[in-house]
Design a protein around this ligand. Structure first.
Ligand code: HGY
Ligand code: MN
Ligand code: MN
Ligand code: MN
Length: 410
């Protein structure tokens, strides 16, 4: 049943812009890498807004922050969440929209003086991006028992510090046990981060699930030598091997089929000088597919190519898995409810899988979970130009509002 309650778009946009000032980059965009000073500042700002909205705010042992609003009953809450950490070249909307739209839902309940039957909560989870500390979805993974708290706390990031050290340093090593609370239902509003909705001219994505994700870091040990004097037959060139791994990733994406994607996102050479054959290389490969069998085939083909390169170039290659999450499906009844709610509000909607990983995928095995997508201009994200128009944000936030009202019993 659709009520005539609606979000306050100016209030929501004001918060999106205010949070976007934290860790803002010259020329636009945001850098709030997980557990950095900028992330702390963002956390302080949003948890302050949670307290202003009268929420009881808890911080758990992995730094997840949950604001909860009492209902008539004390049972499990209807939880709205996402993340406020960003990649280094982030936009204003990835993750932030979902958290701030959840806060907007709370404000609407407060404005109306509504007491819901079930408690309602809004959360931001630690290190969803995985850009500084792998894997991604770390906080929500611990929250829902998919990842070990101890292993995550001990995880060192790309700059050497561990998650546990950084949580202590920024004051977000919480007291609340992590990995203990399963909500009654979980909702996440998120920008699509791809071109599908915009190309189809559709306002709302009813997300059917999240594709499988496989991240591997390869460390190549070669022999540095003189770029001019060393005959090609005597080289053990780590730079060349890293390049071949990147080319193989692209070939796999082309040949595996399905909607296979592959990315060599980080490539570092040592010493990285024009006239020195690289003695070592670090390269990451991100493979994804909605079909887990095809994803495993992609992983196997990459592993086989790495063995070939070790032999042919006479180098040593160490592979380290940074993340692996199988594809996840969302509760079919909720997927349909997203589409129906959108249409009752007068918006077009389509069912679609998510190409990006999300905190929602950690909740899906444990409770009814729904994701609502809104379009990304030009299909871009993880890019400072990321943009979604205010009216598109209003459509998504109003679908979220109605779904929470329905699940929480207004
Ligand atoms: O990598 C992802 O899909 C997400 O942005 N963490
Ligand atoms: Mn995100
Ligand atoms: Mn992201
Ligand atoms: Mn996400």
């Amino acid at each position: 049943m659709i009520t005539n309650h609606r979000i306050d778009l100016d209030r929501l946009m004001g918060r999106i812009r205010a949070l976007g000032e934290v860790g803002s980059l010259p020329g636009g965009g945001v850098c709030r890498l997980a557990l950095s000073d900028a992330d702390k500042a963002g956390r302080d700002l949003v948890s302050g807004w949670m307290r202003d909205a009268g929420l009881a705010v808890t911080v758990d042992a992995i730094g997840n922050v949950v604001g909860s609003r009492k209902g008539e009953t004390d049972g499990p809450m209807v939880l709205v969440g996402s993340h406020i950490d960003t990649v280094a070249t982030g936009g204003l909307y990835d993750g932030n929209l979902g958290v701030l739209a959840g806060l907007e839902v709370i404000d609407v309940l407060n404005d109306l003086g509504l007491t819901t039957h079930h408690p309602v909560g809004v959360a931001f989870f630690t290190n969803e991006e995985g850009a500084r500390f792998a894997p991604d979805m770390m906080g929500s993974g611990v929250h829902q028992g998919a990842l070990s708290l101890e292993t995550c706390l001990a995880t060192a990031g790309i700059d050497g510090a561990t998650v546990g050290e950084e949580l202590q340093r920024i004051g977000y090593a919480g007291e609340t046990p992590a990995g203990s609370v399963t909500p009654r239902a979980y909702f996440e509003l998120h920008v699509e981060q791809g071109p599908v909705l915009e190309e189809a001219g559709i306002a709302i994505g009813a997300v059917t699930g999240v594709q499988g994700i496989s991240w591997t870091e390869y460390t190549v040990a070669g022999v540095s030598n003189h770029a001019g004097t060393t005959p090609m037959r005597l080289r053990h060139d780590a730079g060349y091997v890293a390049a071949e791994i990147a080319v193989e990733a692209r070939r796999i994406a082309r040949d595996i089929g399905g909607d296979q994607v592959a990315t060599a996102g980080a490539i570092e050479l040592d010493p990285g000088l024009v006239n020195v054959i690289a003695r070592s290389a670090r390269i990451t490969v991100d493979l994804r597919n909605t079909d887990d069998l095809l994803l495993r085939e992609a992983e196997a083909q990459m592993a086989a190519r790495v063995v070939e390169l070790e032999k042919s170039e006479g180098v040593t290659i160490a592979a380290r898995s940074l993340a692996r999450f199988a594809p996840v499906g969302f509760d079919e009844a909720f997927v349909s409810l997203v589409a129906e709610t959108a249409q009752k509000l007068g918006h077009t909607a389509m069912r679609m899988p998510s190409g990006a990983g999300h905190d929602a995928q950690m909740f899906a095995p444990n409770c009814p979970t729904a994701m609502v997508f809104v379009p990304s201009a030009g299909g871009i994200s993880h890019n400072v130009e990321e943009y979604t128009a205010p009216d598109e944000i209003a459509a998504g936030a109003n679908v979220l509002l109605q779904m929470v009202l329905s699940a929480a019993g207004r």
